[in-house]
Design a protein around this ligand. Sequence first.
Ligand code: 13P
Length: 255
Amino acid sequence: MNKERKLIVAGNWKMNKTVTEATALVESLDRDLGTQTDVDVVVCPPFTALDAVSAKLRNSLIKVGAQNMSENDYGAFTGEINAGMLRDLLVHYVILGHSERREYQQESDAMVCSKTKAALAAGLKPIVCVGESLAQRDANETEAVIGGQLQGSLAGLDAEQMKGTVIAYEPVWAIGTGKTATTEQAQQVHAFIRREISKSHGNEIAQTIRIQYGGSVKPDNARELLSQPDVDGALVGGASLDAGSFSDIINNTRN
Ligand code: 13P
């Protein structure tokens, strides 16, 4: 697939996989993908498996991401993990503001923004998630919601920080439901996101930044979704839990 920006496909394992299962998964994934370099591939295991997965992938092209982190540097924050601890495990990416965290942990745009800045300051690449609910889409509020989330979550980021950031558009109604946005729906919102970034940070940044689509991405729909001009990759949930289906997604997007 000949794309303007290098594709980035990340697997968000959510709260799945023991250490044994996680290392087995990345071992077969690494074998399946071999030495391909045309797509950036990231796996995001739960915190408990980060160390083992990172060690397994030390000589691999597959990068490791976390699913969340604290906005604080260190201190009395029981149960939290900071950016430095992730860097220590050779983690390169961190998913921030996933809709499940926005919903179940009440993460606000302001909090996502603080986390994004803390991640960037530590040298991590944040994958900042935005997305509308079905009710918001039905009420024609998609652009207003996404526009607000972008503004709030990326507030005050300078050009360099934006270049180190990935955006993930994940319509909440498409997550884990088997309902995928149509290619037109995805392209429309991705183009809107790029226009918004162009307005806030200029055209050069808007043309450089990568925007992933997430929500029921599977081997059989990945190619069509990712062939859209403004879709620069995928954030995959369920289908990333199996090495075969995740590598099929990646291979299906390659030439
Ligand atoms: P599914 O691919 O299972 O729909 O999950 C998408 C997602 O939430 C990735 O972050």
